[in-house]
Design a protein around this ligand. Structure first.
Ligand code: OOG
Ligand code: MG
Length: 255
């Protein structure tokens, strides 16, 4: 099968919210998987979605341990994935969605390639608490490294809370994710590569290798600080981040 045909397969699964088998073992390497990801997201853009930013994956030990992958990955965020803060998420749009607590960066200036943490910091326009909804399109939420890369790193939804000034120190902030007021995951932003800004540096490098510049207005998700939790029908999901405030959404639909 060609890159385009693989892209049609993963994009179709995401678009129609149905699970597909993993790629056969050893059938592709990460480079080919990123080519499939790019072609798959290009299909979304042709349907009218806009590129909204990028997300980093496996930037904390908790996430690596949960999924059995110990290498950073990245994916593309589109306007179609954006969920309004405080809004509803319909389970019918997903296969087996999970949610994880994140920190979001808003770019005020372009960033690409090898940059220092100081340069990344200077490119910021804001920082915010964020919830990422991930939904692997593979059966049983199981995948290899190339599988998950080809599936746009499980990207499917994201909710961003209030923006704080770009010079807000996000290095060691407490994070509590709750379902209906009951904590389901507790962590700290330092779990993300020791400092979430390192994830932005990595995002600029990885996207840059693929010829993509992080543009002003882009949102960059730094990666889950804790393991992800399956969404529960009816639940109000809230993330509170020390100093940054909170962000939430409601899960609609049946299990
Ligand atoms: C892959 C996406 C990883 C993160 O924040 O680490 C990710 C997955 O776990 O399905 O978004
Ligand atoms: Mg994530």
């Amino acid at each position: 099968m060609s890159i385009a045909q693989h892209a049609e397969r993963v994009d179709g699964a995401a678009h129609e919210a149905r699970a597909i088998p993993q790629f056969p073992d050893g059938s592709m390497d990460p480079d080919m998987a990123y080519a499939i990801q790019a072609a798959s997201v290009a299909r979304r853009l042709r349907r009218g979605e806009r590129l909204a930013g990028v997300k980093m994956g496996f930037t904390s030990r908790a996430k690596m341990a949960q999924m059995g992958i110990d290498q950073m990955i990245w994916g593309r965020l589109t306007s179609g994935m954006l969920v309004e803060e405080g809004g509803d998420v319909d389970l019918a749009r997903y296969v087996h969605p999970r949610v994880e607590p994140e920190v979001a960066f808003l770019l005020g200036r372009p960033l690409t390639g090898r940059v220092t943490p100081a340069e990344a910091q200077a490119a910021l326009a804001g920082v915010a608490p964020a919830l990422e909804i991930i939904d692997s399109r593979y059966d049983n939420f199981r995948f290899s490294l190339p599988d998950v890369i080809a599936d746009n790193s499980s990207s499917s939804g994201f909710v961003v809370g209030p923006w704080s000034p770009p010079d807000t120190d996000v290095s060691t902030l407490g994070m509590v994710m709750s379902f209906d007021g009951q904590p389901v995951a507790v962590g700290a932003s330092a779990a993300i590569l020791g400092h979430p800004l390192r994830s932005l540096v990595a995002a600029a490098a990885l996207a840059g290798e693929a010829g993509l510049t992080l543009e002003p207005g882009f949102i960059v998700l730094a990666g889950g600080a804790t393991a992800a939790e399956p969404l529960r029908p009816g639940a109000r999901v809230t993330l509170e981040v020390e100093r940054l405030g909170s962000v939430s959404f409601r899960v609609r639909g049946a299990a």
